[in-house]
Design a protein around this ligand. Structure first.
Ligand SMILES: O=c1ccn([C@@H]2O[C@H](COP(=O)(O)OP(=O)(O)O[C@H]3O[C@H](CO)[C@@H](O)[C@H](O)[C@H]3O)[C@@H](O)[C@H]2O)c(=O)[nH]1
Length: 487
């Protein structure tokens, strides 16, 4: 991309310290580096510690790709809490630290990088509350990286409209369709993010969302891990407001194995177990890296899996109910399903989804899982738990018709779980979803092919960024002058 004589753009990329954000951030860094960027990637000490512990190796995760000519440097900073602090058990304290303390540590790192050489850009997850302000202070361009759908971005971006219209943050919030967000097809409030459906909008996560989207309004560019063809009107309307580019799906090159370690937990290898199963016969079950299930729902899902008679691989994180609860599964469950179930703590999800034995995915509808499932032509059984997962479910079930809901409107029961699993794995409705997901996977493949929309969007973004860097020589050098001008 870059001309020989031109200086390479140097970007700091700060990943949000959660698994579902870290994975696309690492692969965005690799993508940009392959297009000629120098990247300084920043992880928290805690994430670094978890990755190296999972790998049983102390080296920085990018070591493996350095020989290939990618210029990716690596730093770690504190998130404000001790490395071994249980962030899963103390969610609000962790979030409060990211809200109030983390920026001071990032600023120290940015100051150091700026002092040591030319730097042009700060790329940071949209959920951080400080990037735009920090970028301005140090004379850097700000690229906001959004790891969810454009639809979710747009709903957060237009919180003021939702408030004015009485759909959010008011005593008796309206329950009728939201039909006034620019470019967004009408949406039922029940399909919006959990934070928009909650009555109390004073939680630490709400504060993060309010501040983050205030800050994001100052971004020079937004890169979104979605695909233009999947959300055309929403993306067009956002792009009309600011340079908003869909560049997804952002996957490791080769998809199955990432050259850079990103897993926060050690991975079990499921290949030989899956190799022994017939094509399309196994259900993969995972609720992602962060969400918790209630004990009641876990019991119903376990019993539903048991009743269904279907073979399954279940990623059951040790903290799925709470890290206080040692084994939350119903007594006798493991023995009952032993001949057709593989229950593990973590795996290479991409490798599992890509295996021909997998025929369906019971998922919380995290956006990465959704994209990975589509890529692997695996239809989804949706059991959203919080945040954007309800909105992703709406896209999957109502708009794209590649999945089915579980626990819709009422509490989930074992018989519903069992019936839906059977319908998905061997019924007509499962077959319909499968046909659609095969079509959709082609859209994703096209988007990241040589002349696909995501590839072109990425190139257009780089061209515009480059023009901005070179338009005002001396400004985006990370010089202390600009920092001093805006103390
Ligand atoms: O055993 C496993 C289970 C998961 N994964 C990976 O972990 C990631 C999980 O991401 P995601 O499916 O998006 O779920 P969360 O971890 O829950 O991600 C958070 O971040 C996402 C956006 O970045 C949001 O869409 C989710 O709602 C939010 O909970 C995916 O890449 C999976 O491939 C593994 O590698 N091994």
């Amino acid at each position: 991309m870059m001309g020989e004589s031109e200086e390479k753009p140097h970007a700091i990329l700060v990943a949000y310290p959660l698994q579902g954000h870290l994975i696309p951030s690492v692969h965005l860094a690799m993508k940009l580096a392959s297009k000629g960027f120098t990247i300084t990637f920043i992880n928290t000490h805690s994430v670094h510690h978890q990755i190296t512990r999972a790998q049983d190796s102390d080296s920085d995760p990018f070591t493996a790709v350095r020989g290939s000519g990618l210029d990716i440097r690596y730093m770690t900073v504190s998130d404000g809490l001790p490395v071994d602090f249980d962030r899963s058990l103390n969610h609000d304290q962790f979030m409060a630290s990211l809200l109030h303390v983390f920026s001071a540590h990032v600023e120290e790192a940015v100051k150091m990088i700026v002092k040591s050489g030319r730097i042009h850009v700060l790329i940071a997850d949209t959920f951080f509350v400080w990037p735009s302000a920090l970028a301005k202070k140090y004379g850097l361009l700000h690229v906001s990286f959004w790891t969810e759908t454009a639809l979710v971005f747009s709903l957060y971006y237009h919180l003021d409209l939702l408030r004015i219209n009485g759909h959010f943050d008011c005593p008796n919030a309206r329950e009728d369709t939201i039909d006034y967000i620019p470019g967004v097809p009408p949406i039922n409030p029940r399909d919006t993010m959990s934070y928009l459906q909650e009555k109390d909008a004073t939680s630490v996560c709400h504060q993060i969302i309010f501040k983050a989207f205030q800050d994001a309004k100052g971004a020079d560019f937004v890169l979104c891990n979605s695909i233009q063809e999947l959300e055309p009107s929403t993306i067009a309307a956002l792009h009309a407001k600011k340079p908003f580019y869909a560049v997804g799906p952002i996957f490791p090159s080769g998809f199955i194995r990432s050259a850079v370690a990103t897993s926060l937990w050690p991975e079990s290898d499921c290949t030989s177990w899956l190799d022994a199963k017939p094509r399309g016969s196994v259900l993969y079950v995972s609720f992602g890296s962060y969400a918790h299930l209630s004990k009641r729902d876990l019991t119903e899902i376990s019993n539903g899996l048991s009743l269904s008679g279907v073979s399954f691989v279940w990623v059951l994180r040790p903290d799925i109910v709470s890290s206080d609860e040692v084994d939350p599964l119903p007594v006798g469950f493991r023995e009952e399903v032993a001949d057709r179930a593989l229950i593990i703590s973590w795996c290479s999800q991409n490798a599992v989804l890509k295996h021909p034995a997998i025929g369906g995915f019971l998922t919380h509808c995290g956006w990465n899982s959704t994209l990975e499932s589509i890529w692997c032509k695996v239809p989804l059984l949706c059991f959203p738990l919080y945040t954007d997962q309800f909105t992703n479910q709406k896209l999957v079930v109502d708009d794209w018709k590649i999945g089915m809901r579980i626990g819709e409107l009422k509490a989930v029961t074992r018989s519903e779980v069992s019936e839906k699993i059977k319908a998905m794995m061997s019924g007509k409705s499962g077959e319909e979803c499968w046909k659609k997901v095969v079509e959709m996977s082609q859209i994703l493949e096209n988007a990241i092919s040589r002349y696909g929309t995501s590839e072109r969007n990425m190139d257009q973004f780089i061209k515009e960024l480059d023009a901005k860097i070179h338009k005002t020589p001396g400004v985006h050098t990370g010089s202390h002058k600009s920092a001093a001008a805006n103390p």
